[in-house]
Write a protein that binds this ligand. Sequence first.
Ligand SMILES: [Zn+2]
Length: 455
Amino acid sequence: MFDIVIKDGILIDPEALTRRTGSVGIQAGKIAAVTQSEICGKQEINAAGRIVAPGFIDIHGHVDLDAYCGELSLRQGITTTIGGNCGFSPLDVEAFFSAHEKNGFIINQAEMIGHSISLRETVGAVDPLKPATPQQLSRMEAMVEKAFEAGACGLSLGLAYAPGSSNEEVYHLSRLAARYGRIVAVDTRMRTGIDMYSLVEAVDIARQTGARIQISHLVYQYGTGVVDEALAVINRARADGLDIRFDSGMYTQWATHIGAVLFDEDSMAVNGWRLEDILVITGKYNGRRLTMDIYRELRTTAPHTAVVVFTGVEEEIYLALSHPYGMPSTDTGPYAPGEGHPQIAGSFPRYFRQMVGERYELTIMEAVRKATLLPAETLGFPAKGRLRAGMDADLVVFDMKTIMDKAEFGLPNAKPEGIDYVLVNGRLALDKGRLVESTAGQAVRCHKPVYDYQI
Ligand SMILES: [Zn+2]
């Protein structure tokens, strides 16, 4: 008798890329059986006609212990989120994991250490246009090493937020990531919407340091008519033996804070962004487009206000996510209810609806692989993203016929439909769309061996 049995579902195995009807038995937080035989559990979930897959792994998020953001992620079928992206993270990763372990959390969290905002500001490299001094760099190196010792799964660079970062800074820290076997997630230094050099530069980090590179939200960076070229750069680098992968959301419009250096007047002009193309999504002007008065006021008095830039070519999302090394991600972050970008509640259901259900860009097996096994392999999670005995019982049950994102601008936290059950470490957290458990998530510490790496 198992603790829980998910019965008669359409089981998707992302390793074997198979689909077959069967049942999953769960015992003590692990998948204990995947079988076509009749099995019984203390609790049974009828999954007839529904997809049963490993829980989704969101490789690019900013949940960072925010309970509401975590709930919106769970409702999308996400069971593990990767925080600390875009160069912005908790500084003390050990304290972050300890807080998670002490109080529990709604989903599993892995965490990166963020260079361009968090570490730089802490060591006094506060001017985003200037490189860090050698003393500041050596302090940052010590902090990155401490974060990796605590189990951070990667280093995140937000070069768009600190375009003055020197190669020395980037290479020294990335070499540490290579030595620890952790990834480097790069929000590229893009100067304009067609700046391919910024991607070549990110690829070059791999060449110079041996680090594995995850390009962050590729479509937010290059989905402006140049995704083809971006994919060509990535393919060429991969053919050269460099490990370059990427993620992308399901939207072309991207969000960040108005105080970022990329909203300086000369950067706005060089990109051709007009004020009316930028929507405020938090604070007192929530829902309003920018005017010169609002722009000036927010930049000086409320620089953390989030805005969305309406840019990009929708078709490029589908192109990017059809690439075998492209993974879906949310770029979610903490917002008050009613504020924010629809990516916080709609990304993964939108991915399955559009990529599989409507456009036939991916088979269901391939779509599940890219949302589960591929990020698990990229990050080095040996027991996640897989549907077989012995693996962590992070599971999602959804209906491919009805899965639907409901979130949109103005209604960013609308709950998706068609995702019926989500289990986190063998505990039922979402039951027929109802949140029933909010402490089943575990801190996911990476402890791969340190490589004696020299380049
Ligand atoms: Zn981000």
